[in-house]
Design a binder for this molecule. Structure first.
Ligand SMILES: Cc1cc2nc3c(=O)[nH]c(=O)nc-3n(C[C@H](O)[C@H](O)[C@H](O)COP(=O)(O)OP(=O)(O)OC[C@H]3O[C@@H](n4cnc5c(N)ncnc54)[C@H](O)[C@@H]3O)c2cc1C
Length: 488
């Protein structure tokens, strides 16, 4: 009889792991607590509007291609990808914004207009970023984070100084214009830490941004979840929703099954794609590897306050992705990382998928998603949510020179309490654990439990880190480890 693997959760990492494990010949079952699959990448459908609840930026298309090609498939067999043109725009003041176009040549031109001589510097910066991308995303991130030696290759030895300098220092050394600095520091925010705590080597995110571009799957990011669900089902994976796991069954030091809705589901291996901290609470205390103190000391990626808004008209002066960097990022970052509290004047991000995708809103209307990054673990109340909506919508109206408040058909919010309730997220984090120097690769929580045999972890709190492409990679890494340690 085939060995059985029970997987907790149905986010990107769990779905990816399930595909690889089913392909390797195991009997694979996914147990998802929520009514629908996809985890942080679920979808909200309301009054003819469709919103991605979580990820909206499709970056690093090569990682998705590599995933599907491992099953002799292509993304295009499941969803239609469009390169956004322009990629996004960044507001710095009233009617004052920089547009990031869809090719490096056009972006270079925009840089030169902002700061004389910057185009040459940008070319050099992106050449180095591309080189880092080739080393990191095509190779390094596919290591399981078991040994520090994984990071030591002839290519990384040459770059050792880039592990000890930071993105903030490197960018500011070359570029003086504050707007260009903010634009170049933006991509590493996806890694969950401040640019001043992110090693220079991570400039590969700038190559992902300017070199590869920003894509949109038609009908939204959820199409990628549906694609992976289809692939998983084609490979024979069973998916159960409304199935929260309350306990991992351990006998003689080995994971033997899981308990859901009072029923035991026996298996040979358990893989959890649920938040790492939560998964360990499903074990008796002596079987947990990391103490509360360990988690407390880690740098977590931000949580977020999100609004999903249906507008009764088309909006002006915005792009599919629009960033509002008209306030001081350092002050906001301090409120996220150093002295956790609600930021007085937050930066925010807005997405209007209906600008490029007719499926996102009824004709003549606009779907808007607004996101304010917040510290995990802070208070979350309906009053705070409303107060912050007012703050950003006032600024939005002023910066983009239009009235929108009277055209709001509905607004739904999602914040820390929802991250905890819906995903069992540690302190309500949105993007998992940040990628800082001391939280990279072998220094992250491990894919394989050191205390319970046949228990494995995947997802944004383990290797390689936060984001959809890393979650796909995490699923592959855990499947490789399981296959190595447990025969079919
Ligand atoms: C608001 C937001 C915006 C983002 N934007 C981007 C972006 O633009 N681009 C990008 O690349 N990335 C983005 N990310 C990050 C990206 O979405 C995540 O890194 C990725 O989706 C994480 O996948 P995962 O599999 O690790 O975890 P999750 O998606 O959290 O999956 C974990 C699953 O486990 C389930 N679960 C938890 N506990 C249990 C239990 N006891 N029993 C059963 N099931 C359980 C949860 O319900 C969930 O389905 C964003 C994230 C958020 C929240």
């Amino acid at each position: 009889m085939k060995s059985t693997i029970n997987i907790i959760g149905s986010g990107f990492s769990s779905l990816a792991a399930s595909c690889y494990l089913a392909q390797a010949g195991y009997e694979v079952n996914i147990f998802e607590k929520n009514q629908t699959i996809g985890g942080r990448a679920r979808q909200l459908i309301k009054d003819g509007f469709t919103f991605d609840i979580g990820p909206t930026w499709y970056w690093m298309p090569d990682v998705f291609e590599r995933f599907f090609s491992d099953f002799n498939k292509k993304p295009s067999q499941y969803y239609t990808l469009e390169k956004l043109s322009p990629a996004y725009s960044v507001y710095f003041g009233k009617n004052d914004y920089v547009t990031i176009e869809d090719t490096l040549d056009k972006i270079t031109e925009a840089f030169e207009k902002e700061e004389k001589g910057s185009s040459k510097k940008l070319k050099k910066f992106i050449d180095n970023a591309k080189n880092n991308y080739d080393i990191a995303i095509k190779d390094l991130v596919y290591n399981p984070g078991v040994s520090p030696l994984e990071l030591v290759t002839p290519a990384t030895i040459k770059k050792i100084n880039q592990f000890f300098s930071t993105i903030k220092k490197d960018v500011r050394k070359e570029f003086k214009n504050d707007r260009l600095v903010k634009i170049l520091e933006f991509p590493v925010l996806f890694l969950g830490a401040k640019p001043s705590d992110t090693p220079s080597f991570y400039s590969f995110m700038n190559y992902a941004d300017f070199g590869l571009g920003t894509f949109h799957p038609k009908k939204g990011m959820y199409q990628v979840i549906l694609a992976m669900e289809n692939l998983a089902k084609e490979l024979g994976v069973n998916i159960k929703v409304n199935s929260p796991i309350d306990k991992i069954i351990v006998e003689n030091g080995k994971a033997k099954g899981i308990v859901s809705n009072g029923e035991n589901f026996h298996c040979d291996v358990v893989v959890s794609g649920a938040d790492y901290h939560h998964t360990e609470t499903l074990l008796d205390k002596p079987l947990r590897q990391y103490s509360e103190n360990y988690w407390e000391k880690k740098t977590f990626a931000p949580s977020s306050l999100l609004f999903y808004v249906g507008f009764n008209k088309k909006l002006k002066n915005v792009n599919h992705h629009t960033l509002f960097f008209d306030v001081d990022f350092d002050v906001h970052a301090e409120a996220i990382y150093d002295n956790p509290r609600w930021p007085e004047n937050p930066l925010f991000y807005a997405s209007f998928p209906s600008i490029t995708d007719d499926n996102a809103a009824p004709v003549g209307k606009e779907a808007g998603i607004f996101l304010i990054p917040l510290a995990p673990g802070i208070e979350d109340t309906p009053e705070l949510r409303s107060q912050y909506f007012e703050k950003i919508i006032d600024r939005f109206e002023n910066l983009t020179s239009q009235n929108v408040k009277n055209d709001i058909i509905f607004k739904e919010s999602f914040c820390l309490n929802d991250f905890v309730k819906d995903y069992n997220s540690y302190k309500g984090n949105a993007y998992g654990m940040a990628n800082t120097l001391l939280q990279t690769a072998f220094l992250r929580p491990k894919l394989k439990s050191k205390k319970v045999k046949n228990l494995f972890f995947t997802g944004q709190l383990t290797v390689p880190g936060p984001g959809v492409p890393p979650s796909l990679i995490s699923g592959k890494l855990v499947a490789d480890l399981v296959t190595k340690h447990h025969s079919i």
